[in-house]
Design a protein around this ligand. Sequence first.
Ligand SMILES: [Zn+2]
Length: 181
Amino acid sequence: MDKDTSIHDLTPRRKLAFEFDEEKEEELLGNGGSERLINERHSIISEEKIPKIGMEFDDEEAAYTFYNEYAKVVGFSIRKHALRRDNKGTIIDRIFCCPCQGHRQKDKRDVHVKSHRPETRNGCLAMMRIDGRCTGKYKVVSFVASHNGHDLVSPTKTHFLRSHRSITAALASQADDLDSS
Ligand SMILES: [Zn+2]
């Protein structure tokens, strides 16, 4: 695979950063239950790394990073979902969820859609929700640990998942911002 990369390697390959390998992600996530696995993986994480209601973060980004690190150990990828802002534009409420959350809308695999994604959404409810209204900090107000409809990825393979790829994590996060605002 690397045999003819010598020339191309001289050219910056920035575009690659946007090309998430979603088929790979789908293959990794697979299908099947994961409750047993969740418990198993929780048992190897220290308590303070597992989200809990009432946990506080200085800002939304810190909450994202925390949940993403948790997800990396447990074996899934995260994305930013719904958000609400106050009239000054400050985020007051944000949900981070599993990429398997929700269902694809019908006809989204239209040929005119440039980068259509394989169906990886299957209604998974895993999420962490933060609220910044009360104390100026962002507090975890709900957390769903279990994933439904898909397996977890082995922690040794989570670096293949979108939110854990070091080059793409920031971009993934930005893309989600655009998606959900
Ligand atoms: Zn999930």
